[in-house]
Write a protein that binds this ligand. Structure first.
Ligand SMILES: NC(=O)c1ccc[n+]([C@@H]2O[C@H](COP(=O)([O-])OP(=O)(O)OC[C@H]3O[C@@H](n4cnc5c(N)ncnc54)[C@H](O)[C@@H]3O)[C@@H](O)[C@H]2O)c1
Length: 268
């Protein structure tokens, strides 16, 4: 028996990186997973590849822009039509676009806050609406919402001010949602990765060079991660033991909390 056997889950931002790894780890422990992303071709490919590895009836995909409420509802409807219910919703889609603090403009703010902040809130609300309507599952669970925060949820870093603001927002949304949804038995938690080697970081590295904040490829990641107590940056599998735990019964008594998974970068 896996820790999440039979659970119907949605993971957003699942065409690659951390989201894809979260979904695959859930499948490995018996869950049913809808891989969702704005990159519709990307998640269709991820779903196809996983349907060949796991029970094909446990895998589906949806194209979604997490800032578009109608599209989020359609993704949830598709998941419920496919798996019969929604037990766990991961709000993981996220973006970053580094700019010097004094250069941040409304477009940069709205883009980053839109996906990371508003997208998280819409995702929480629409998942909770479905969880309330369907009632508790066969295992007695009312539903779990898991949000992707960051070390940038704990400190404001240079050159990524809107990103930090948006990830602080994820923490407060997790707390507010936990307080509001407790009466329905729905828990809301989050996890905060540190530096994870994904395409997001590769792009951030290029962007930081472009704005003159670093001089050579890899420099920003090296400098940024110099204080990791574990002595190395993370890869997505470093994250997924915890994410599956947050989707499982083992975390039932947790709500409103963010779990740091940063190798010991931020000791708060
Ligand atoms: N990589 C890190 O070091 C790191 C650290 C802390 C937190 N995080 C967070 O983890 C999450 C995943 O990051 P990652 O490193 O895997 O990034 P990534 O860029 O590799 O993947 C993000 C995915 O989100 C999708 N996406 C972007 N905008 C979307 C939208 N509007 N609707 C739906 N999907 C959208 C992208 O298409 C992409 O597939 C993000 O929330 C990120 O902020 C990452």
């Amino acid at each position: 028996m896996g820790r999440v056997t039979g659970r119907a889950c949605i993971v957003t931002g699942a065409a690659r990186g951390i989201g894809r790894a979260i979904g695959e780890a859930l499948l490995e422990e018996g869950a049913k997973v809808c891989f969702a992303d704005i990159d519709g071709d990307g998640v269709a490919t991820v779903a196809r590849e996983n349907a060949a590895r796991f029970d094909p009836q446990h895998v589906t995909s949806a194209r979604v822009d997490v800032t578009d409420r109608a599209a989020v509802r359609a993704m949830i409807d598709h998941t419920v039509e496919t798996f019969g219910r929604l037990d766990v919703k991961f709000n993981n889609a996220g973006v970053n676009k580094p700019m010097n603090f004094m250069d941040v403009d409304e477009d940069n703010w709205n883009f980053v806050m839109g996906v990371n902040g508003l997208g998280c809130m819409i995702g929480m609300q629409e998942a909770a609406r479905q969880m309330m309507a369907q009632g508790r599952g066969p295992d007695g669970m009312a539903g779990k919402i898991v949000n992707t925060a960051s070390i940038a949820s704990r400190q404001g870093f240079d050159n990524v001010a809107p990103y930090c603001a948006s990830k602080f927002a994820v923490v407060s949304l997790t707390q507010s949602g936990a307080r509001d949804l407790a009466k329905h038995g729905i828990t809301v938690t989050g996890f905060a990765p540190g530096v994870v080697k994904t395409e997001m970081w590769e792009q951030v590295d290029r962007d930081l060079m472009e704005i003159g904040a670093s001089a050579r490829p890899g420099q920003a990641m090296e400098e940024f991660s110099a204080s990791i107590l574990k002595g190395r940056v993370a890869t997505p599998p470093d994250i997924t033991g915890t994410t599956t735990f947050l989707a499982s019964r083992e975390s039932d008594y947790m709500t409103g909390q963010i779990v740091m998974i940063d190798g010991g970068m931020t000791l708060v």
